[in-house]
Design a protein around this ligand. Structure first.
Ligand SMILES: NC(=O)C1=CN([C@@H]2O[C@H](COP(=O)(O)OP(=O)(O)OC[C@H]3O[C@@H](n4cnc5c(N)ncnc54)[C@H](O)[C@@H]3O)[C@@H](O)[C@H]2O)C=CC1
Ligand SMILES: O=C(O)[C@H]1O[C@H](OP(=O)(O)OP(=O)(O)OC[C@H]2O[C@@H](n3ccc(=O)[nH]c3=O)[C@H](O)[C@@H]2O)[C@H](O)[C@@H](O)[C@@H]1O
Length: 497
């Protein structure tokens, strides 16, 4: 193996065999999995490295067709403009996995790794079957050396399993290096996160071939990421760091959410407490927004992943410690739903409730594990009639999620759930407005107008602490909010304006 300069690209001695030792040949990347990570990550790589050909493949023909159309399969601010510029230049979306694997020098595995919903480890362990399938596809298809990169979030030691699958199924003469390169982007800010990451983490074998593979992947990122932000570790540290990062972030939210309950009972304000505490530079101000609970496809899954790892290692106190993060999150969702029922005179049966926000956070249409789904489920169980509005989430998605949560068919749900085309329609004739997602447009609504169309007394339950409560109270609303003792009820039982 040698490392020489070819646009700074380190090369393997075996590269001539691959046909990529020649400095004029194109470096090729294949990404298996065209999802929230694969799509945006490859878009940034392709836009920053015009001489690298990047092909993103997926088993879902629909998803690939969407990536190749004017209606991308996911909403991410800034993504569409980038895709339009580079698609079919050096960024390609395809279902031809075989071809993409064969011509690639480096292959990202960026498939889903959900929590297992069957068998051993049901509800806890990560389901690695898609990662395994991707590794088998590579082994059966590749006829030249490859660097295989775990981009998916996986448990510690997954790289070893991938190596074993590759080694025992490989074509004669083919060599593999397996790296861990977890992704830290957050939905809604993926493009900014990818363009200016806090760090890029690359784990690999502590061997000559391992470090050359690390150098090659590092060279890709160095096109736009300062070298000092590229951190290299051994494979296990890299795999574990991803789980720990998500666990720490989730833990901060659960921590502040426990304090929100204390605030509601005492008169302290959780926003003021978070500010005062976060100004301590050792603690920091980010991720201290109390809320109706964290959602998204990863926090719960990755904390469970860590819990399962601790259990497997017989570290029960560690497992119990992290389990609390999830229990508090579940409790927060339930507590918020209970706050609504209790303050609507103990019953929401037959009452129209407007739910504002269904996505798990603003600036995304993703609803995976959204707290809104859970709040809706609790309210439906109490007999409420829900009118749901979200600026980005489709009607079809909302019914699918609620069906899955409640076990009811869409037809049954339609007796109790309507999807509104805007916040005003949702609010009209409702008893209460419930903020579940922190969309900016909810801050700018015409609340005097909304108040005039609602049943009296009119209630607002702010699960995201985003509204101007004083203004709402002065309009006549009864305002209840996560992390604040109701000030608030001073207008309760007053005659409508
Ligand atoms: N969503 C997010 O913001 C982040 C996710 N991650 C991790 O990245 C991984 C991927 O997550 P997402 O992109 O959200 O998942 P996703 O579900 O949006 O996309 C995964 C894609 O992989 C495809 N796929 C599965 N098996 C395949 C195969 N054998 N061949 C070709 N395509 C295949 C699926 O059809 C799907 O389109 C997960 O491990 C997740 O934990 C990490 C950081 C951020
Ligand atoms: O592995 C992943 O999938 C990603 O998970 C999170 O990203 P994401 O879930 O997209 O979004 P976040 O901004 O982290 O928000 C997660 C949830 O926590 C909630 N949240 C966030 C921050 C806060 O202060 N309070 C709070 O309730 C959000 O509303 C949302 O429901 C991490 O932030 C990313 O670094 C990581 O790569």
């Amino acid at each position: 193996m040698t490392s020489n300069d070819n646009d700074g690209m380190p090369t393997f001695s075996g590269d001539e065999k691959n046909g990529h030792g020649d400095e004029h040949s194109t470096f090729r990347i294949c990404c298996i999995g065209a999802g929230y990570v694969g799509g945006p990550t490859c878009a940034i790589i392709a836009s920053k490295c015009p001489h690298i050909k990047v092909t993103v493949v997926d088993v879902s023909a629909d998803r690939i067709a969407a990536w190749n159309s004017d209606h991308l399969p996911l909403f991410e601010p800034g993504l569409e403009d980038i895709i339009k510029t580079i698609r079919n230049r050096n960024l390609f979306f395809s279902t031809d996995t075989k071809k993409a694997i064969q011509e690639a020098d480096l292959i990202f595995i960026s498939v889903n790794t959900p929590t297992k919903s069957y068998g051993f480890g049901n509800g806890r362990a990560p389901d690695l079957r898609y990662v395994e399938e991707a590794a088998r596809q590579i082994a059966h298809t590749a006829t030249s050396n490859k660097i295989v990169v775990e981009k998916s979030t996986v448990p510690v030691n997954a790289a070893e399993s991938i190596k074993t699958i590759l080694k025992t199924n490989k074509q004669p003469g083919v060599c593999y290096q397996v790296l861990s390169n977890p992704e830290f982007l957050a939905e809604g800010s993926a493009i900014c996160d990818l363009l200016a990451p806090d760090r890029v983490l690359i784990g690999g074998d502590e061997s000559i071939d391992g470090s050359l593979a690390i150098k090659k992947l590092s060279w890709v990122y160095e096109h736009w990421v300062p070298k000092e932000r590229i951190l290299t570790t051994n494979t296990w540290s890299s795999e574990l760091s991803k789980l720990v990062a998500n666990a720490f972030l989730a833990q901060r939210i659960s921590s502040i959410n426990t304090i929100s309950a204390v605030c509601e009972a005492t008169g302290a304000s959780v926003s003021e407490v978070a500010k005062a505490v976060g100004l301590d530079s050792r603690i920091g101000s980010k991720f201290l927004n109390a809320s109706v609970g964290f959602g998204g496809s990863c926090f719960q899954k990755d904390v469970y992943n860590l819990i399962y790892l601790a259990e497997s290692l017989k570290l029960e106190p560690v497992a119990q410690y992290w389990l609390q993060v999830i229990k508090i999150n579940d409790w927060q969702r339930e507590r918020f739903a209970h706050m609504i029922v209790q303050n609507l005179f103990g019953s929401v049966s037959g009452k129209k409730i407007a739910i504002l926000g269904f996505a798990f956070k603003k600036d995304t249409a993703d609803t995976r594990e959204s707290s809104s789904i859970y709040v809706c489920r609790y309210l439906l169980a109490e007999g409420a009639s829900l009118h749901i509005y979200d600026p980005k989430v489709s009607m079809q998605r909302i019914f699918l999620d609620l069906s899955e949560q409640t076990g009811k068919s869409e037809a049954e749900l339609r007796n109790h759930v309507r999807i509104a085309t805007d916040a005003y329609e949702a609010a009209k004739e409702s008893h209460a407005l419930v903020i579940c997602t922190e969309w900016d447009e909810f801050k700018k609504l015409d609340y005097p107008l909304i108040y005039s169309t609602m049943k009296k007394p009119s209630f607002i339950f702010d699960g995201r602490i985003i509204l101007d409560h004083d203004q709402l109270i002065s309009l006549g609303f009864n305002v209840f909010c996560i992390g604040q003792k109701p000030p608030i009820n001073k207008y309760l039982n007053q005659s409508p304006r």
